[in-house]
Each structure stands twice: as structure tokens, then as C-alpha cells.
Design a protein around this ligand. Structure first.
Ligand SMILES: Nc1nc(=O)c2c([nH]1)NC[C@@H]1CN(c3ccc(C(=O)N[C@@H](CCC(=O)O)C(=O)O)cc3)C=[N+]21
Ligand SMILES: [Mg+2]
Length: 293
């Protein structure tokens, strides 16, 4: 007999979150006399990046936030981009700054991230925010892992004591995801390209978060029956979007699974709005209840 996993509808969850954020945005605007503002910087013409930037802009406007888009040519120098970041850091209408990655080869991404005011770093990529997360201080948490955590808590309630395996160790997803799950009292394993017998490691997990960037890598026979599987992958194969998880085989074994598209991706954008709203409250000195979102 084959069972079928529940589908975790990230798109629906994200829409609910965005509606709640829109309400809180209106409250903020009434109190502060201005809308929260997000600046998004896109360097070059990468079509996938242009699509993401457009959906971020649309989500911002729908939530009642101000969206400032800056499109720079592909041959922009590092000095020019640093100057723009400096201008945005100093602009009181800008609560959050997002510089779309990847950047062209002549620009050092780490230099740009380090130049963003940590208190406007709504991506949570600045080393100060990574350090705050690692040490349990308030700061900005990267949008994708925080979105994954929200889906997990919505599905499972308490995560305390669960075995979690994060596949991938990037600064953007794997490392912050592991930190968040550790904070939730999971027993966390970070697996990666050098992990020996990855299927055996994944088979121990109650929670699997796949963030490796390899289409359909995680197979059904790696999954403990009933496990919750979060697929962070966004791979384009023959013009189609596919995750890091082989959905067909894993859905027969898992208890719940996120689809691609419609799973983690929409949560990333909703959390970006959430972080921008939090930044606006901090920058304007307006209180926001800790459990408001
Ligand atoms: N500084 C920076 N911050 C980012 O957060 C950032 C970035 N750079 N560079 C690129 C990645 C990628 N990313 C996604 C956002 C939304 C979807 C999303 O909404 N995906 C939809 C489908 C989109 C489609 O069909 O192409 C879904 O999964 O259902 C995906 C990916 C944010 N990123
Ligand atoms: Mg992000």
C-alpha cells in the first residue's frame, strides 16, 4: 500500500501572512505618518532575477509599503554600487535594503553585503545579523530559512527533540536554517557534498530541509516514513521549475512535503515583507508586539 504525503501549501500560507502584514502596515503608517520602505537593487539583466525583483515589488505595493527599485547596468563598478548602498543607508524613507544576488563578476558580494546598515539588512545576510542569530540576539534572519521554519511550526507545532537534517551549508539557507532549528531544540545535522552515505543520514530525520541546488536529488527511499520534507530548491530544468526533492517518490513516504513551485518560494517574499515591517518599526521607534507576525 502506498500512502500520500500532505502537501504543505506555502503559497496559501504566504498569502495569509501577507494579508496580516498589510493590516500591520496600515497600523504603522497611521502611527508613523509614512509607509515602510523597501529598496531593491538589481544589477544587470539576468531574466530570473528580474522576475524575482518584479514579484517583490508587487508584493510590497500590495501590502501598502513603498518600493524603491534601482536598476543598474551590468557593467556597474563596485565603487558605484557601494555609493548607492551608502545613499540608501542614509535615506530615512528606506527601512530595508535588498541587493539582489548574484552580482556581476566585477563586484565582490561580501563587500556589498558588509556595506549595508545591519539594521536595514532585511535579507539577514550581513555578518552582524549572522552573528546575532548565532548568539541568540535580535536581528534579521534570512527570509528563506525563516519562511521554512514558519511552515514547519505551522505543520508540527513544537519541534522540540525532533531530528532535523539540513542538506546544504550556504550562508543564505543551510547555516541559518540549522541555527533556527537548534533554537527550536531540534537535534540538527548539517549534511553537504562531502557527507558520507547521505541517504542513511537523511533516513534518521523527522525533518528534512533540502537546499543543495541539485534537481530531484533527494529520493523516496532516503525518507523516514511520516517525515516532514521542506524543498528549498529552485532548479530550472527544460524551462520547468523543479526542487531538490524528487517529489513523486518522496510524496509516497513522507508525512508532508512542500511543492515547487508553491512551497518555500512564496514564503521567502512574505518574510521579506515581514522583515521590512519590523525594520520600519525599529527605525521609527514604533512598538510592534513580538508575536504580531
Ligand atoms: N538578495 C537576495 N535576496 C533574496 O531573497 C534572493 C536573492 N537575492 N536572489 C535570488 C533568490 C531567489 N529568491 C526567490 C524568491 C521568490 C521565489 C518564488 O516566489 N518562487 C515561486 C515561483 C517563481 C517562478 O515561477 O519562477 C514559487 O516557488 O512558487 C523564488 C526565489 C529570492 N532570492
Ligand atoms: Mg532571502
Amino acid at each position: 500500500m502506498t500512502s500520500t504525503a500532505s502537501i504543505i501549501d506555502g503559497k496559501a500560507f504566504a498569502l495569509g501572512l501577507r494579508a496580516r502584514i498589510a493590516e500591520l502596515t496600515a497600523d504603522f503608517a497611521a502611527e508613523a505618518g509614512r509607509a515602510p520602505g523597501l529598496a531593491v537593487v538589481l544589477v544587470g539583466e539576468d531574466p530570473a532575477s528580474a522576475v524575482y525583483v518584479r514579484s517583490k515589488h508587487k508584493a510590497c505595493v500590495e501590502a501598502g509599503m513603498a518600493s524603491f527599485e534601482h536598476r543598474l547596468p551590468a557593467d556597474t563598478s563596485q565603487v558605484e554600487l557601494l555609493a548607492l548602498v551608502g545613499t540608501l543607508n542614509a535615506d530615512d524613507a528606506v527601512d530595508g535594503i535588498l541587493v539582489q544576488l548574484p552580482l556581476p563578476a566585477q563586484i565582490d558580494e561580501n563587500r556589498i553585503i558588509a556595506a549595508i546598515d545591519p539594521d536595514k539588512d532585511v535579507d539577514g545576510f550581513h555578518p552582524v545579523n549572522a552573528g546575532r542569530l548565532a548568539t541568540g540576539l535580535d536581528g534579521f534572519v534570512p527570509c528563506t530559512p525563516l519562511g521554512c521554519l514558519m511552515l514547519l511550526k505551522n505543520r508540527l507545532g513544537s519541534l522540540s527533540g525532533l531530528d532535523a537534517v539540513v542538506i546544504g551549508r550556504s550562508n543564505i539557507v543551510g547555516k541559518p536554517m540549522a541555527a533556527l532549528l537548534t533554537k527550536e531544540s531540534c537535534t540538527v545535522t548539517v549534511a553537504h557534498s562531502r557527507t558520507r552515505d547521505l541517504p542513511a543520514v537523511v533516513r534518521r530525520a523527522d525533518i528534512v530541509v533540502a537546499a543543495v541546488g541539485r534537481a530531484d536529488m533527494v529520493k523516496g527511499d532516503w525518507i523516514k516514513p511520516g517525515a516532514t520534507v521542506i524543498d528549498v530548491g529552485i532548479n530550472r530544468v527544460d524551462g520547468k521549475l523543479v526542487g531538490d526533492v524528487d517529489f513523486a517518490s518522496v510524496a509516497r513516504v513522507a508525512g508532508a512535503i512542500t511543492p515547487v513551485p508553491g512551497g518555500v518560494g512564496p514564503m521567502t517574499i512574505a518574510v521579506l515583507l515581514r522583515n521590512t515591517l519590523v525594520a520600519a518599526h525599529r527605525n521609527a521607534g514604533v512598538a510592534l508586539a513580538p508575536d504580531a507576525i
